[in-house]
Write a protein that binds this ligand. Sequence first.
Ligand SMILES: Nc1ncnc2c1ncn2[C@@H]1O[C@H](COP(=O)(O)OP(=O)(O)OP(=O)(O)O)[C@@H](O)[C@H]1O
Ligand SMILES: [Mg+2]
Length: 504
Amino acid sequence: MNHYVMEVRNINKAFAGNEVLKDVSFDIIPGEVHTLIGENGAGKSTLMKIIGGIYSKDSGTILYNGQQVEFTSPIEAMQSGISIVHQELSLAENISVAQNIYCHREPKNSLGFIQWEKLYSMAHEVFEKMGIEIDPKVDAGTVSVAKQQLVEIGKALSHDSKVIIMDEPTSSLSDKEVEYLYSIIDNLKQQNVAIVFISHKLQEVFKVSDRITVLRDGQIIDTMLTSETNQDEVIHKMVGRHMDDLYPEKSKRVGDVIMHVEKFCCTDVYSDISFQVRKGEILGMAGLVGAGRTEIARGIIGADPRDSGTIRLDGKEVHIKNCRDAIANGIGYVTEDRKLLGLFQSMPVRWNIVSASLKKIQSAFGFIDNTAISSKAAEFIELMDIRPKDDSLHVVNLSGGNQQKALLAKWLCSDPKVLIVDEPTRGVDVGAKSHIHNYLRKLADQGIGVIVISSEQPEILGLCDRVLVISDGVLTRELDNSSSRLTQEDIMKYATGKGANDDR
Ligand SMILES: Nc1ncnc2c1ncn2[C@@H]1O[C@H](COP(=O)(O)OP(=O)(O)OP(=O)(O)O)[C@@H](O)[C@H]1O
Ligand SMILES: [Mg+2]
């Protein structure tokens, strides 16, 4: 008896002549967490989609429980015990959370009608086991990105899976939810379920995995026992060189206030939020997932209505009722959800890059010049190092991390006065991450007001000159970080509301 639950041998895959996987072999043992790690575009998701029956391979074999298999659809793979938690959220937004979990498997009565109450209680049970609270009756599109990610995980758990592939499952979860996920993973291991884990967060990789396989440019570089390697070695194998985990220097010159946000209120979401953004600085917004930071950002750019509050740009009050007003006034917002709000998935990269800047590109007669679009796109593809460099590729065909770079490019191209970036490096590999950090610093140096919302505290501490801590919709503290002395504890104290009543 073979001890692998799955063996992938000599897989090759190309998209339109572009070789994405080259002779890839990979195996999975029951009860292990096997991490697949590699730079953006290395081919991780593609390999998993081949295993999960979503893509077909060009050549190679897949053995599952010692038998050769050819899954032709994800449903077939799922029925055989292989589930994928996708990197890009893939729930149907207009049906309930419960239906998403039990899609095509809803309990039905003898007449073939769905037994709704039973369906809801089944979904409720899944969440209970996971230790989380989500209403199974609401439409999936109405819950937060973090919750959608949890629903995806719940869906995989609801199948009696032998192999669960988790493609960046923690990218939008709060610390608490991540802890739940770790305990779910422990539980699954004990039941001999194999987990393939994909993540760009090295600390987490070392915490959860038994083995680590490094993929670079579509080729397997090495498979190692976690206990026999370290972060430096893994990074070296991933990028082919050593990397310093250095953040750019803090601001040397903080200038005038560019934007005043005053007394922003939205009932039950946030209240009395006032702050200023200055030229030359990067302002951080820290807090726990769900603290209301994204909502405040959406309030500023007019994506959601607010009850009261004013915005002044360069001293003048501006009235922003919708995103168009925000763009016209020079406020850009890089969303945390690149799929729903950020990018047009089935449009070419070049259109996405210029989509917030069309006014600037069009000629005096309102024509849009294709050459101008292509040259703008080329400039930003180069600047953000989007790979591949092909501007006609539809965004849906870019790897997750490269989609994130395209989203940033879109807003940079719009030449903003103030740029709000929400989880700017979500799903981005270590090399590209420091590239983005350096770039945000450069923007601040050029006089753009940069606001960074991030749940990764090292990112807030490493990048920001000043930090606003939001807890439960309230700005609990403004902290100076110009000398980089802040610690995670300082932030946590106010993020959890514990320090909220301290003297200011
Ligand atoms: N359907 C597709 N059509 C064309 N090219 C594709 C398609 N899917 C993926 N690719 C390309 O294959 C390469 C590998 O992409 P993949 O999504 O597997 O990367 P990844 O390792 O998961 O990266 P990330 O960490 O950014 O998620 C990329 O260059 C991507 O643009
Ligand atoms: Mg991927």
